[in-house]
Ligand binder design. Structure first.
Ligand code: ZN
Length: 500
């Protein structure tokens, strides 16, 4: 077995390295590449993508996996070897079960849809997207049908949130929505918080310095990462020793840059915390979109928008931005950064309303895939859900169904649930961490994060993709994923901010 296993590891390392090379090209494209490099870079990335696909579908990998199957039953189920073989098998199936011709159609339609969307959104022209989106839906169904499933969306959900299904996600979301809709109504029925001071002029250099100071204290390791500026913030990884983040700042939006820095640092700390022995294998990745988002949201919201956090940092921030914030009390500041309002745009939504935006997209995706909702009826269905869940109607499709790039990038299904699963998990994990170490909250109030970070590394980060998301949740909380810790967190926090 050992020889075959080593051969497999070597082949997987090449796939991982090709992925990392692509990530370097993508990072450079988004940060420092001059405009003139665009056409050649696109071509180079396409060439690399083709080579990666060939390597990922190499029949020799399939053969090695077949040869290793008999040994699986002899290995302890929770051994790294057994888990690595399983994850490699899953990735191999994903790469090989979709016919090359269909992959080509998907990429071509995805590129055409994305390109059309970049003008259709500003022009408020959903009609223009209609034929492309209809093709996207058709192709998404074809992809799903390449895999055995109970629900047509299951194979698509599996790609980013392995272990979750349409049914389990729908059930969880229905429970959450039933709690959230009335809670949002209750909160937004009260006097709104003032956050106008966040729109004063905050020099970008100072904002950047503050963000870096905080994430350094969080435990983001700058000797194994760096931060650069981009239009759309993201995290990327070239190896476990080089996990980078990007951010953006707006001089007149204090929260925008800071919280996106904390968010991306959360993603990066997860990857930096993975067991170094997994380097170059498929275990050296965050295990799912949901668990990944649980870490970005935990550091952004449960820590970074908490009262103890600002009790510690606000005096310093107020001193750094004396001109802008000297007349703003800690109380007003804390209320301002946690302002709840019903709004039309998902990415600008506050902690409380955010999930309503996500869950309605998830439901609409399922309805389209099930054949219950035609693409041409999507804008009307969108408006109806915004009216029932948020009491708002978008004045145009630009601020409605055209706002997110996801459906216009080539796939419908499996692309939204991770955001809300992540929020639900973030509170479940944080609750367990503070149960194990009750001092965590007072430590946050002193700008100390070692205990929390250490607990997350020990219970979640180090395992990478070794355990699936449902397994991580089970190991950490002792039960299946539940909305209860998240609702306790929201009710506690917003109950104090508003009178509930
Ligand atoms: Zn994120």
């Amino acid at each position: 077995m050992n020889e075959k296993y080593q051969q497999l590891i070597e082949k997987l390392r090449v796939i991982s390295d090709l992925g990392a090379i692509g990530a370097v090209l993508g990072w450079d494209q988004a940060t420092y590449m001059p405009q003139g490099g665009a056409a050649a870079r696109g071509r180079q990335m396409a060439v690399l993508g083709q080579i990666s696909h060939e390597r990922a579908t190499d029949p020799e990998i399939g053969q090695l996996l077949d040869d290793l199957q008999p040994y699986l039953s002899e290995l302890p189920d929770e051994s790294d070897e057994a888990r690595l073989i399983k994850v490699a098998q899953r990735n191999y199936d994903r790469s090989t079960k979709v016919p090359t011709e269909l992959v080509g159609k998907l990429l071509a339609n995805g590129a055409a849809a994305y390109s059309a969307w970049t003008t259709a959104r500003p022009e408020n022209d959903f009609e223009k997207m209609l034929p492309l989106l209809e093709t996207t839906l058709e192709l998404s169904r074809e992809v799903a049908n390449c895999f055995p499933h109970d629900h047509i969306a299951d194979p698509l959900i599996d790609q980013s949130d392995y272990g979750m299904s349409a049914e389990s996600t729908r059930k969880l979301f229905a429970e959450l929505r039933a709690e959230l809709v009335p809670l949002v109504q209750e909160v937004t029925g009260q006097e709104s918080a003032d956050d106008s001071f966040l729109k004063r002029s905050f020099p970008i250099d100072q904002q950047k310095e503050l963000g870096e100071k905080i994430i350094r204290q969080y435990g983001y390791d700058f000797t194994r990462g760096r931060q650069d500026l981009t239009h759309h913030p993201f995290m990327t990884k070239f190896s476990l020793g080089d996990v980078r983040i990007t951010t953006r700042f707006d001089e007149n939006e204090f929260g925008d840059g800071l919280f996106s820095t904390l968010h991306e640092a959360g993603h990066a700390m997860y990857e930096q915390g993975i067991n170094m022995a997994y380097e170059g294998t498929p275990l050296a990745n965050g295990t799912s979109a949901g668990v990944h988002e649980s870490q970005s949201r935990l550091w952004e919201n449960l820590v970074g928008r908490s009262r103890p956090f600002w009790e510690h940092y606000y005096p310093y921030v107020q001193e750094q931005f004396a001109e802008q914030l000297s007349d703003v009390s800690l109380d007003s500041f804390y209320r301002g950064i946690n302002k709840v309002s019903r709004s039309l745009i998902r990415v600008d939504a506050d902690e409380l309303t955010y999930n309503l935006h996500v869950m309605l997209r998830f439901d609409l995706e399922l309805e389209m895939l099930e054949g219950k909702l035609a693409v041409r009826d999507l804008p009307d269905a969108w408006h109806a859900r915004y009216e029932s869940d948020l009491g708002l109607r978008a004045p145009s499709d630009s601020n409605g169904v055209l706002q997110d790039v996801h459906w216009y990038s080539g796939i419908i299904g499996g692309v939204f649930q991770g955001y809300t699963l992540g929020n639900i998990m973030s509170a479940a994990f944080f609750e367990q961490a503070t149960k194990a170490h009750p001092a965590i909250n007072s430590e946050i109030g002193q700008g100390k994060f070692d205990t929390l970070h250490g607990w997350l590394r020990e219970n979640i980060y180090q395992y990478g993709a070794k355990y699936t998301a449902p397994e991580i949740v089970q190991r950490v909380t002792g039960s299946e994923l539940s909305i209860e810790p998240y609702m306790r967190y929201l009710r506690g926090k917003f109950g104090e901010l508003y009178t509930l």
